[in-house]
Design a protein around this ligand. Structure first.
Ligand code: ZN
Ligand code: ZN
Length: 264
C-alpha cells in the first residue's frame, strides 16, 4: 500500500475524471492522498475533498508563488481551517527563487510566519523550495532550535520535491524533517536517485506532485497518483530492495509524520 504524500487533486485538471483518477490509484495500491493547498481558496477546496473522500487529507497554507493572495485576514482563516480534523499539516509553504514572483525577503518573512503558525498549532509543515533549499533549511532549523517542543517526539515536516544534497538531507533529518521524491527521480539525466542511495529510506516519502512532474514513461502528460509505483520502483532498483519494502517504509514514514489514523 502506498500514500501519495503530495498531490493537488483540487486543480481543474481533474474536474472531469476525479473518480476515475482515484479508482486507478486504488488499483495501483495508492489508497491515501495528502492534498496540499497553495492559498486560501485552494485550502477550502482541499478541505472539501478531504471531507468527501475518506482516503484524502488536507494541508493548508500559502505557497511562495501565491503570495499576491496573502493578507492577515487570509492567514487567520488558514489558522481556523487548520483546526479541521482532516487537516494534517501547514503547507505548502516555503521559498521559490526560480520564479521569484515576490521579493525574497518577503517570501522568507511569510514562510517564517507560517512556520510560526505550525509551531502554535503543533502541526508539521510541507515545505516547497526551488533554488532555495539552503535558505529554507536555515529558516526551519532556526525555528526547530527555538521551539524544542514543536512536534516533540515526532517529525516536524517534509521538504517536498527535494533537490538538495546528501549533507543537506542529513541536516534536515537531525532536526526532525523528512524529504520526499517525485517523478523526476525516474528521468534519465536525474541525479536524485544517487542521493537516495546515500540516505536510505528512514526519512523518505514518495509523492507525485500531481498534476506536475510526471514520471517516465508518461513524462509530458498529466500526472496522477496511480503513477506512485513508478517512482517507488526506481527507488527500489536504486537501493536494490523490493517494491514492497519501499511501500512499507514510505507509508510508515507518511503515517508517522501526518499522524494518519489508518490501517497499515
Ligand atoms: Zn511545491
Ligand atoms: Zn505542490
Amino acid at each position: 500500500m502506498f500514500i501519495d504524500s503530495h498531490c493537488h487533486l483540487f486543480y481543474e485538471d481533474y474536474k472531469n475524471d476525479l473518480e476515475a483518477v482515484i479508482a486507478r490509484a486504488n488499483d495501483a495500491g495508492v489508497q491515501y492522498f495528502i492534498i496540499p493547498a497553495t492559498n486560501h481558496q485552494t485550502a477550502v477546496e482541499a478541505v472539501r475533498l478531504a471531507e468527501r473522500y475518506p482516503g484524502m487529507y488536507a494541508s493548508v497554507g500559502f505557497h511562495p508563488l501565491d503570495l499576491k493572495e496573502f493578507s492577515e485576514e487570509r492567514l487567520q482563516e488558514i489558522e481556523e481551517l487548520s483546526h479541521h480534523p482532516k487537516v494534517v499539516a501547514i503547507g505548502e509553504i516555503g521559498i521559490d527563487y526560480f520564479y521569484d514572483t515576490s521579493p525574497r525577503d518577503y517570501q522568507k518573512e511569510i514562510f517564517s510566519r507560517q512556520i510560526g503558525l505550525a509551531v502554535k498549532r503543533d502541526l508539521p509543515i510541507i515545505v516547497h523550495t526551488r533554488d532555495s533549499v539552503q535558505d529554507a533549511i536555515d529558516l526551519v532549523t532556526e525555528h526547530a532550535v527555538k521551539n524544542p517542543d514543536w512536534k516533540k517526539g515526532s517529525k516536524r515536516g517534509v521538504f517536498h520535491c527535494f533537490t538538495g544534497e546528501t549533507v543537506q538531507a542529513r541536516l534536515l533529518f537531525q532536526h526532525g524533517f523528512l524529504v520526499s521524491f517525485p517523478g523526476p527521480i525516474t528521468f534519465k539525466k536525474g541525479t536524485m536517485h544517487e542521493v537516495v542511495r546515500e540516505i536510505g529510506l528512514d526519512n523518505v516519502m514518495v509523492e507525485t506532485d500531481s498534476p506536475y512532474l510526471t514520471p517516465v514513461p508518461f513524462r509530458g502528460k498529466r500526472n496522477e497518483p496511480s503513477y506512485i509505483p513508478l517512482i517507488a520502483q526506481k527507488i527500489a532498483d536504486t537501493l536494490n530492495i523490493s517494491l514492497q519494502e519501499v511501500a512499507e517504509k514510505t507509508t510508515r514514514n507518511a503515517v508517522a509524520l501526518f499522524h494518519l489514523n489508518i490501517q497499515q
